[in-house]
Ligand binder design. Structure first.
Ligand SMILES: NC(=O)c1ccc[n+]([C@@H]2O[C@H](COP(=O)([O-])OP(=O)(O)OC[C@H]3O[C@@H](n4cnc5c(N)ncnc54)[C@H](OP(=O)(O)O)[C@@H]3O)[C@@H](O)[C@H]2O)c1
Length: 265
């Protein structure tokens, strides 16, 4: 899809209150797309919405929703139908992770993580296919991570959710490409956002941060080429070769060393 063709159409961005999602909202509004901004922190969405309307003269609809809640997605869809909003671009970006020993995080937090990182994404794709396929071309961007490429001890559930995201999204690309719906899987590297703070990151195992600006610009630049997979992360080639060719035991041991908590934790 050529981005300029989407001027005046609506994009829905999840996790728009900070980081990569906020940057998607800024860059899509800059090309003239109206925005549905979804996250839990309403004050941040309100500020962003006003900024987009004033700076780019687009419409911004604020939806302060906890996407891990049952029925959240069907409620969003019903609300947008009532508002007469048809979505041409869906950015499934909201997610969180947790560093540390598996047992140190309550099971309820993992349930929330799986509902947000996996189920909300699947449900949004399902609920908005009708909208998306009503346009000659449309786009879903599902944000994954290099964490998808191998198991990560001490970040076990998050890595598994991202493996799910990558597998699901690339499969959906295969199903929906002929309908004009491009499903892009985006793999950012470590990026300067609130992610590490929320995740309780304790190590600087992942050196070198990308800017949200670069991540989003690279993703959007690949839309015209219909790319199923956009990797902005550096070094994933080595990571994938290492994971594929070396003994599983060695891979797990190496990754465990990178992510193990400091003594006393
Ligand atoms: N930063 C990195 O190093 C990195 C690397 C690779 C991949 N990624 C991926 O990039 C994506 C964006 O993360 P980020 O780095 O931009 O982190 P971030 O700054 O923490 O942003 C996460 C966003 O998700 C929203 N969110 C969290 N829980 C939610 C819920 N239950 N319901 C609705 N919204 C919720 C947050 O808003 P509220 O708190 O207001 O709800 C926030 O807007 C994620 O998919 C992440 O896995 C990040």
């Amino acid at each position: 899809m050529k981005l300029e063709e989407a001027k005046g159409n609506w994009a829905l961005v999840t996790g728009a209150s900070s980081g990569i999602g906020r940057e998607f909202a800024l860059q899509l509004a800059a090309v003239g797309m109206n925005m549905v901004l979804v996250a839990r922190r309403k004050p941040l969405l309100d500020i962003l919405g006003s900024k987009l309307s004033q700076r780019y003269e687009v419409r911004a609809l604020i939806l302060p929703v906890d996407l891990s809640r049952t029925n959240a997605i069907s409620e969003i869809r019903s609300h947008l139908v009532t508002e007469g909003v048809k979505v041409r671009m869906l950015v499934n970006n909201a997610a969180f992770g947790r560093w540390g020993r598996f047992e140190a995080t309550p099971a309820e937090v993992y349930e929330e993580m799986i509902r947000l990182n996996e189920m909300a994404m699947v449900s949004l794709c399902h609920h908005f296919l009708e909208d998306l396929s009503s346009f000659p071309t449309s786009v879903i961007i599902n944000v994954s991570s290099p964490a998808a490429y191998n198991p990560i001890p001490y970040m076990a559930v998050y890595a598994a959710t991202k493996a799910f995201v990558s597998s699901f999204s690339q499969a959906l690309y295969g199903e929906w490409r002929d309908r004009g719906v491009l499903v892009q899987t985006l793999v950012p590297g470590p990026t300067e956002t609130e992610f590490d703070t929320v995740a309780g990151a304790y190590a600087s195992a992942l050196k070198g941060r990308e800017s949200t600006d670069t991540v989003v610009k690279t993703s959007l630049a690949h839309l015209a080429g219909d790319a199923p997979l956009v990797i902005t992360a550096k070094g994933t080639y080595k990571q994938r070769v290492f994971t594929a060719l070396f003994p599983v035991k060695m891979v797990i041991k190496t990754v465990a060393r990178m992510f193990q908590p400091p003594k006393g934790n």
